[in-house]
Ligand binder design. Sequence first.
Ligand code: GAR
Length: 210
Amino acid sequence: RVRLGVLVSGGGSNLQALLDACTREDFPAEVACVVSNVPTAHALERARAAGVPAVVVDHKAHASKAAFEAAILEALGAAGVQWVCLAGFMRLLSADFLGRFAGRVLNIHPSLLPSFPGLHAQRQALERGVKVAGCTVHFVDAGTDTGPIIGQAAVPVLPEDDEKSLSARILVEEHRLYPLAVRLAVTGQVTLDGVRTRVAAPPSTGELAL
Ligand code: GAR
């Protein structure tokens, strides 16, 4: 099974969705290591509860971004990580870091990219008045939420929504989409094709756009 490293900063519900998927016998990956840049992140407890090594690499404890990333790379290397999943990881990774896992870093973002990249995507969606929101899993490139898209799921925006209610509705879809996208990526059923991806398994494609 492909060894995943999951980078987190917060609650870790997407990490949990991946951990749960990995308990299924037919899932092609396992979580080998979790790294949090936030020492108090609840995600760390989720990792430990699942028996997965969890490491804190606090950006504030490192003199430079290069030193911070070197420490993450060391933790991932020690765990034999082959693919990296960002799951609510709120730091931008350098091109140098990405080069070490070229084409093998995935991210989940709570908007229908390319709309609303960056912070507070759900708030941006509400402020813009869109009627459909959602989430995206994509390969990570050096830009902010710009990499080739693997899959998306949509949810309605309701008139009474606030940031909390919309985020919760999107999160349900995130938990479904991320394991699906990881499965396609690590098995080579979805591959990079310039700024896009090519999905080689037609039966799965319907599940990737709702
Ligand atoms: C998720 O909604 C994820 O899409 C988002 O943070 C949340 C983390 O929740 N990520 C970003 O905004 C990245 N820019 P979780 O810790 O419960 O998985």
